[in-house]
Ligand binder design. Structure first.
Ligand SMILES: Nc1ncnc2c1ncn2[C@@H]1O[C@H](COP(=O)(O)OP(=O)(O)OP(=O)(O)O)[C@@H](O)[C@H]1O
Length: 880
């Protein structure tokens, strides 16, 4: 039956004690193991109130009954060997380990993993063991200032690595104030410091409770419960967990206090301002508070010590935890470390919510489009530095040097985890929580070598639930759908692995169906052969699954979870007894047994089944069993017919029963499918919203970029245009200037033209006049005596004039009368004289024009004026 050793996960079953208010019938029975009575491995699931349903039996690596303590679970699940594998005392990188819990809501997963106010869970116990084992070899940011940067350089997950003190300074507030409760309050330690109490003031402020303790105080611790602000408002309520935990031993214990950080006056820490926003009211926090408030109003029930966190006002910081629970005490358990190595521990925590990964230690970021504070989902992928195994990229990792710091980081992360009040659990986890402890190591003093190491992952899965029982609606119902869906896939993977353990055929585990199974199983297989010589082949991780169940809880949900997770399974379908056989033998009817969820079919499996059969006679309702001592009867034909009929009835009953089993299974599948559909719708909506916001962001950004580019372009264009205009204007002015100059030239040309025209006119005039003169000369020649004709004109003119004067004198006529006489008689002498004068004037003009002075005078004057002058001169000449 114990087939877990060949599986990827060891699967343990833990039964929780009945809650005080639970009066349900117990349907789970632990089978006493004949071979090893000390450790039961099987349970039988007896359907309550319906004796016709199949009885199922499940096998696990080990079953923890209700009275098993946290320490029992710690011991028997092998947490210490897992821690040893991670610490790797014999050298090498070590082996990754994973401890997960799976179960119906309220079955005790968180209690097992994170404990309560009075008891440590597996997480704190594992942390305690790790820090105690590496205590003397741990490096901190005080002793090694380059620690952060060296770890950063060798980290394969693009993480944001900071020191615990820096983180805690930003996340936790005034140590003297009342402490805020968180979803799962981790147990605190009250105790005295060992002799090496930190002396630095900042260390004292980190450990406020410890600063008043004298170094001589004993190193003992005691348990202290924190009064919750919620409880302190009224009378303190009885804590269900405390009442329900009858086997919680509060004995004195004396574990050593976690090693405290030495001893430097100067803190070399990164002060991450972004942490100031760490506790801003996120949507999850708001929803969490709303739901819790409404639930506590109606239900008034508190889930153990795990009180709902109060609303997280903006920039409100958490109260520093001052004490740690010390129970159970594991100081006697030790794991050795690699003496040649120095160690550093990195803590990170994330949740898988609606199939997406969210960092619980990073502050939410404000969305560009909606201005809402939201966490950004992270990717689970192989990176350049880690080609052989997938890592969650971009997580915030905190370097812790002792248990106290690690617990404070855990507490801060839990405060951010999504929880809600449901009908099944007043503080129900709505996400799968992953708490990771990376133990980094490198050879002592070899600061140039990279950090290697392994990781312990502790997973607190969200519980499966039925909407009817949980009374969920809206977003919480959709969350439940998503949770159930991921658990269904996990169940398929677990079933595959257990099938693989049973058969010789290799079975592929379909772990890529959702984020949860990817995270749980991706690193469970040997890494593929690597081509890069730098990468080393890693050991596949070791896995432990603790299935929690409430034997008085919901039968259907529990049976479903057990069916998924059990390493071995056997169904016993009660066979309908033949009336004949009952009559004849009076003994119990036979049963049919099926293994590993096979659909019942005849013939039944041989009785050599490895699982013990839990057989029970079946009697149809109203039919009472006959006593086995009944005497044999004689049979008549009628009784034979009766027997035949009874056989037929019995066969039909059998078929009916088989159909019932099938029906039940189908119903469950349908419910799971419906839940899947619901959650799918919700997640689609969510994704659409995310997508819309991302697109809005992108578009807004692009718009802004384009807008600024366009503005720049327009500015450039405008400038160019201005420059062009200026050039154009300058050119215009130049052209105008040139144009004005051209006008002057034109004027000159025009003047010249006019002058030429005038010259031509004058020449023509000249010609004409010459012609007239010629004509007149001829006329005169005709009129004058022969001698006079042969004389030159000038002589004749002069002589003519003198002759005319002598004639006038002779005749005694005055020149006036003479002139009048000439004009009256149209005298030729006058005319001839006028023409000569004209010619002389023209000659003068021509000569004047030829002379430079006269040219200059003409050129300088305006052509119009010149024309006017010329015309005037002519007129004067004419008048003359
Ligand atoms: N083994 C146990 N001993 C004592 N108390 C227990 C045990 N298991 C569970 N409880 C109590 O039962 C209550 C519910 O347990 P818990 O919160 O661990 O359930 P859960 O499975 O984590 O639920 P969910 O999935 O809704 O988060 C708590 O008050 C817890 O203290």
């Amino acid at each position: 039956m114990n087939k877990g050793h060949s599986s990827l996960f060891q699967v343990y079953l833990r039964l929780r004690p009945a809650a005080s208010n639970n009066s349900g019938e117990r349907f789970l029975a632990v089978e006493e193991d004949e071979e090893d009575a000390a450790a039961p491995t099987k349970v039988t699931l007896n359907p309550p109130n319906d004796r016709r349903r199949a009885v199922e039996k499940f096998g696990f690596t080990q079953v923890f009954e209700e009275d098993a303590s946290q320490l029992d679970v710690f011991h028997c699940t092998g947490v210490a060997p897992l821690v040893e594998g991670v610490v790797a005392p014999h050298g090498g990188d070590g082996t990754d380990a994973l401890i997960a819990t799976l179960g119906v809501t309220g079955s005790g997963k968180t209690h097992t993993m994170l404990g309560s106010k009075t008891q440590h869970g597996m997480t704190q116990l594992a942390l305690d063991l790790i820090f105690r084992s590496i205590k003397s070899n741990v490096v901190d940011c005080f002793s090694s200032p380059s620690l952060e940067s060296s770890i950063n350089a060798s980290d394969a997950s693009e993480a944001n690595i900071i020191a615990a003190q820096s983180f805690c300074d930003n996340v936790y507030g005034d140590p003297s104030g009342p402490r805020n409760s968180s979803r799962a309050q981790t147990p605190m330690l009250v105790g005295t410091t060992p002799s090496h109490t930190p002396t630095h003031p900042s260390i004292r402020s980190l450990y406020p409770v410890l600063r008043f303790l004298s170094p001589s105080s004993p190193t003992s611790v005691r348990l202290v419960g924190h009064p919750s602000p919620l409880l302190s408002r009224g009378a303190e309520r009885p804590v269900q967990g405390d009442l329900a935990d009858p086997f919680a031993t509060h004995g004195s214990s004396s574990p050593k206090l976690a090693p405290t950080t030495p001893k430097r006056n100067k803190l070399i820490m990164k002060n991450d301002k972004s942490n100031l926003h760490f506790m801003k009211a996120t949507n999850a926090a708001k929803q969490k508070t709303k739901q819790q408030n409404s639930f506590t109003k109606t239900a008034g029930n508190v889930k153990g010590e795990h009180l709902a966190p109060p609303s997280t006002p903006r920039k409100q910081l958490l109260q520093r935890p001052s004490v740690l629970a010390t129970h159970p005490d594991i100081s006697g358990i030790n794991v050795s470390c690699d003496p040649s190595a120095e160690y550093a521990v990195l803590i990170s925590m994330y949740e898988v919510y609606n199939d997406r990964i969210f960092d619980l230690l990073s502050p939410p970021v404000r969305m560009h489009a909606t201005k809402e504070l939201r966490r950004r989902p992270l990717l689970f992928k192989s990176t350049e530095q880690s080609p052989d195994r997938k890592v969650v990229a971009g997580l915030r990792k905190i370097i812790c040097t002792n248990l106290k710091e690690a617990v404070m980081v855990l507490e801060a992360a839990l405060h951010e985890r999504r929880v809600a009040g449901t009908g099944s659990n007043s503080v129900s986890s709505r996400s799968h929580g992953f708490f990771c402890v990376e133990v980094k190591k490198r050879p002592r003093g070899r600061h140039n070598l990279p950090w290697t190491g392994s990781q312990l992952t502790i997973v607190d899965l969200a519980g499966s639930e039925r909407a009817k029982d949980a009374k969920t609606a809206g977003a919480t119902l959709a969350e439940a759908g998503k949770i159930n869906e991921s658990l269904m896939y996990l169940g398929q993977c677990l079933q595959m692995q257990s099938d693989a353990g049973n058969s010789t055929k290799p079975n592929v585990v379909p772990f890529r169906q959702c984020k949860l199974t990817e995270l749980l199983f991706s690193n469970s297989f040997p890494s593929p052969s690597l081509t890069q010589s730098t990468s080393r082949r890693r050991n596949p991780q070791k896995g432990v699954m603790i299935v929690t169940a409430d034997p008085h809880g919901d039968f259907n949900s529990t049976s479903q979870i057990l069916r998924y997770s059990a390493l071995a399974r056997e169904i016993t379908v009660p066979r309908i007894p033949s009336i004949t056989s009952t009559i004849l033998q009076g003994g119990p009817p036979p049963t049919q047994t099926y293994q590993h969820g096979q659909i019942p079919s005849s013939p039944p499996l041989p009785s050599s089944s490895p699982i013990l059969l839990h057989s029970r006679p079946f009697f149809p309702p109203g039919v009472a069993p006959l006593p086995s001592q009944s005497p044999p009867r004689t049979f008549s034909p009628a009784s034979e017919t009766m027997e035949f009929a009874a056989l037929e009835i019995s066969r039909l009953h059998e078929e009916l029963e088989e159909s019932r089993v099938l029906c039940a299974r189908e119903r469950e599948d349908r419910i799971a499918a419906e839940a899947h559909l619901e959650s799918f719708e919700a997640s689609i909506e969510d994704k659409m919203l995310d997508l819309e916001m991302a697109i809005r962001d992108e578009v807004a950004q692009e718009f802004e970029e384009r807008y600024s580019l366009e503005v720049l372009r327009l500015q450039n264009h405008f400038q160019q245009e201005q420059e062009r205009n200026e050039v154009h204007m300058n050119r215009k002015i130049e052209a105008l200037g040139r144009g004005l100059g051209a006008y002057d030239d034109g004027e000159e040309e025009e003047d010249e033209d006019k002058e030429n025209v005038l010259k031509e006119n004058l020449e023509e005039e000249n010609k004409r006049l010459r012609y007239e003169i010629e004509v007149m000369k001829r006329e005169l020649g005709l009129m004058a005596p022969e001698t006079d004709k042969r004389r030159p004109l000038a002589e004749r003119d002069v002589s003519g004039a003198s002759h005319a004067g002598s004639m006038r004198e002779k005749e005694g006529r005055s020149p006036k009368k003479e002139r009048r006489g000439i004009s009256e008689k149209n005298g030729a002498g006058d005319r001839d004289g006028g023409l000569n004068k004209k010619m002389a004037g023209l000659r003068v003009n021509d000569g004047g024009r030829d002379s430079g002075s006269s040219v200059g005078s003409v050129r300088t004057g305006s052509p119009t004026k010149k024309c006017r002058k010329l015309a005037q001169r002519r007129l004067e000449e004419d008048d003359f």
